[in-house]
Design a protein. Structure first.
Lengths: 323, 90
């Protein structure tokens, strides 16, 4: 589709980011956009362990609760529903899930009538092997960084949940971080069809910086990763996407982590048999610390519905009632 | 003195002792009626307190409890009634 993949409105990169990006790519190599080692250290525990903790759909991200008695599985499905609507998945033929985890979004998108192709990107081989073994119809899972992804055809819908947390590195300057995020959004913008949509969910720093985070969290849980702030994201989407909807659901994530804590405690013996006492104890501490952090507003949980900014009047002014 | 009151006292003494050692403050200066963040706890030390209470009393506790019951006195009363309801003693 000539023209579609080149309709880029990327003033951030054109103005100041291109040099920064090429320097960063040279300096960081395969770690640019997400460190494979950092990702694997966090996610590559046994999938059966994560099933015990996260539940049968292995959805490792913040749910969307309706009330305190809402079941975790229902709240996770509601969260996925929010993203499907925000990203226009119901009218998509091709969709992309960046950071597909164990496939709960892929399965939902694949089941939508009219969807012909869903691509999932992950840096975790454990997750990819699990998904390859499932053979979900119309789904292609790739162990690939978004910074290396080169689609042949555009997507109508892009969803990214819980991956953005890993895009930036602690050693990057604030300007470099924003340049990495802008590079990500510029690519997504380029990959989307004219009327495409995108949804994003990420943790972010609230009233805390990385320097104030505990050594335990920085070293054991999120090595090689640095969280964004809301301001970083708004700067990075500037000129590329308009923000259609935005939510900060930090208390939903505190509740989600508390539910995972309860699952882990109920299945502790089996969990220890799968991954060992040390990993279980580390996970227990991590869940409680991060739940506390979300309650205190140290971390936020941001969800965005994004619409690409286009030059065409017909596209940018067309009705869309997804969310 | 009924069992529940004894339990709350035991839990309160445990919390005061824990916070006293954690913040290097004499136990008599750890006021159970003020919010825990004013006792010098941060998120990491508050989680450490929660996890030590779990271990000591064999009960599952979530961080939200510290927001619903923000003082040592309220927390101890709440835990004591939970332990009593679950048919356990300290």
């Amino acid at each position: 589709m000539p023209g579609v993949l080149t309709d880029s409105a990327a003033p951030v990169l054109e103005a100041e980011g291109v040099g920064t990006i090429s320097l960063l790519r040279e300096r960081e190599g395969a770690k640019y956009g997400g460190s494979p080692e950092g990702i694997r250290k966090h996610y590559d525990l046994d999938t059966d362990f994560w099933k015990l903790v996260l539940g049968p759909t292995v959805t490792y991200s913040c749910a969307l609760f309706q009330g305190p008695d809402d079941k975790l599985d229902d709240a996770q499905q509601r969260k996925i529903g929010w993203h499907l609507a925000a990203s226009g998945a119901h009218s998509a033929r091709a969709a992309l899930d960046i950071g597909c985890g164990w496939g709960s979004v892929l399965r939902n998108v694949s089941a939508i009538p009219g969807v012909e192709r869903v691509v999932g990107l992950t840096l975790s081989k454990t997750q990819a092997e699990y998904l390859w073994s499932q053979q979900i119809p119309r789904v292609e899972v790739r162990v690939e960084n978004w910074a290396e992804h080169e689609p042949e055809l555009p997507y109508d819908s892009i969803i990214s949940i819980g991956a953005f947390e890993h895009f930036a590195k602690p050693e990057e300057t604030p300007q470099e971080k924003i340049a990495v995020y802008a590079d990500f959004f510029e690519r997504c913008h380029r990959w989307l069809s004219p009327s495409g949509r995108m949804s994003l969910q990420t943790m972010a720093f609230g009233n805390m910086t990385r320097e104030e985070a505990s050594d335990f969290m920085n070293r054991e849980i999120f090595p090689d990763s640095d969280l964004p702030s809301l301001d970083d994201i708004l700067k990075a989407v500037n000129g590329l996407f308009e923000v259609v909807a935005f939510r900060n659901d930090r208390l939903h994530y505190a509740r989600t982590y508390d539910r995972w804590s309860a699952n882990l405690r109920q299945n502790r013996d089996r969990a220890v048999a799968l991954v060992g006492e040390e990993a279980v104890a580390r996970t227990e501490q991590y869940f409680k610390l991060i739940s506390m952090g979300f309650r205190m507003g140290k971390e936020h949980l941001l969800r965005f519905a994004l619409r690409p900014i286009r030059k065409s009047w017909a596209v940018s002014g067309a009705d869309y009632w997804g969310i | 003195m009924n069992a529940s009151a004894t339990d709350a006292q035991t839990i309160q003494a445990f919390c005061i002792d824990y916070v006293s050692r954690l913040t290097d403050t004499p136990p008599e200066r750890v006021d159970p009626s003020v919010e825990v963040e004013r006792l010098g706890l941060d998120s990491a030390t508050a989680v450490a307190l929660i996890m030590s209470l779990e271990e000591r009393f064999g009960i599952e506790l979530m961080p939200e409890m510290l927001f619903d019951y923000p003082t040592i006195a309220k927390l101890s009363d709440h835990l004591a009634s939970r332990l009593t309801a679950e048919g356990r003693s300290t």
